[in-house]
Design a protein around this ligand. Sequence first.
Ligand SMILES: O=P(O)(O)OC[C@H]1O[C@](O)(COP(=O)(O)O)[C@@H](O)[C@@H]1O
Ligand SMILES: [Mg+2]
Ligand SMILES: [Mg+2]
Length: 323
Amino acid sequence: MQRLTPRLRKDGVDLELIMLIRTILAASKEIAFRVNQGALSGILGSTLDENIQGETQKKLDVVANQLIKDMLLDNEQVRALASEEEDTIVAGTENAPYIVAFDPLDGSSNIDINGSIGTIFTIYNARNDVPNDSPEQFHQRGKYQVCAGYVLYGPATMLVLSTGGPTRCYTLDATHGGYLLTTEALDIPSETQEYAINGANQRFWHTEIKQYIADLIQGEEGIRGKRFNMRWNAAMVGDVHRILTRGGIFCYPSDTKDPNQPAKLRLLYEANPLAMLVENANGKACTETGDILDILPHDIHQRVPVIMGSRNEVETCLNYYKQ
Ligand SMILES: O=P(O)(O)OC[C@H]1O[C@](O)(COP(=O)(O)O)[C@@H](O)[C@@H]1O
Ligand SMILES: [Mg+2]
Ligand SMILES: [Mg+2]
């Protein structure tokens, strides 16, 4: 089985970018080790703090953030970084070539129940037309990502990565400590009978998504004429991993639950990297009105509605918004 670095070299990836990816993965191995040790590593439970988004931070959110941040700041390839757990951007090495954004721990509510969790990351070329330490470094559309990936800390630790070409899947080999290529190119089937949405939000949904889900639930007896099954991981990274593996549709639509926060998922370090991985695996990733990868960000913690997965099913869902 092929190791990560030779595979990336074969893909023509720049050496500096390879070094940067390896730095993120070095941090991911430290996180994987702690996750595997569970309660023995003292990482379960909450801290007494909240992040800028008003969410209680889990101990592992903080530990994972610190590990990735420290390793990235030691790496001379990084001009600035943005994280879910940092209020503002953090300046790195002046005039370095890349900027990095990450969700150090996605699916925090799964930490204490030994459920699926992951680290999501994205890399862009740094901008030379704005200051090194300006948030505008990150005001770049998702289609300009030079690399997107996640590490899923499940029963196996898996890396899913795209550097512009196909979305590839690697598995961490604990015996030698490296990621080995296990799927050359993920290919999301365009049709599906599986959907993922948090049904507890139903009373806050807009009419379009209410109708779409109602039609799925009707199964063979409704206008879709086929039976659908539902899965929800409470970790986007876990849901998207399932979709990349066997197809499906993931929806986190806008809703009326909190007028100050019409959408939940963060564009920069959740929606964009997962959208790139899905699109490069022949899937489709949208908001309710357009492609996620076309959005010009204006805030590092900006939130967007997300509909992604099997191409035909995503298009069917979007048709409800066009009617
Ligand atoms: O089940 P809920 O509460 O609607 O939210 C689940 C969503 O929230 C998130 O966990 C947010 O991520 P964090 O754990 O990084 O805050 C997504 O991964 C997931 O899809
Ligand atoms: Mg998250
Ligand atoms: Mg998180």
